[in-house]
Design a protein around this ligand. Sequence first.
Ligand code: G6P
Ligand code: MG
Length: 212
Amino acid sequence: MSLKAVIFDLDGVIVSTDECHYLAWKKIADDEGIYFDRAINERLRGVSRMESLEIVLERAEKEYSEEEKTKLAETKNGFYKEYIKSLTPNDILEGVMVNLEELKKNGIKVAIGSSSKNTPIILKQIGLDGYFDAVSDGNNISKSKPDPEVFLKAADMLGVAYADCMIVEDADAGIEAGKRAGMKTLAVNKAQGGDYAVPNLGKAKILDVVGK
Ligand code: G6P
Ligand code: MG
């Protein structure tokens, strides 16, 4: 296969912020008296903040106005931002740096493709701001995964053809987005449906997996 760029999801692939998202949503749900558990939380992977809120509110007994929803999303983000303040470069997941360095050494571009509006803050916290050739995130898209927009924009920023890109994802919504973008897909953790799959990047070299 021709591989010129690898576009990484951030949450759950580069860094494990997924627990911070879970704790913040759990706090909102508990305060509102809404049932919420880790199985529901799995459905929020890769999904934008407002769409995540809609999923959390599926179990609510009352109807929320748009104004109340905006307020809840803001409150959740406040909790989340407190949690991610403690992130450091030590929170970069196993195998990530080795893979990134090897890709760069082989002339393959690396980018971020994340639905999160907090991407710039997180990259700074973990010491990777300025590291990627392109960062496409929740701040420059209008539709979140499974829509392919975030990955298409990353490829456009890199100037690489979509067919020459591979995405790395821990969310089913992200794998679907990669497929709809016409890119190769590598699933990590529990994500389903990828062209390739590995339990985590500590267990695999991306270039070996794709046979380069
Ligand atoms: C990532 C996470 C989602 C989160 C989304 C938006 O895709 O996997 O769980 O809802 O980003 O994050 P934000 O930081 O903008 O609230
Ligand atoms: Mg993710």
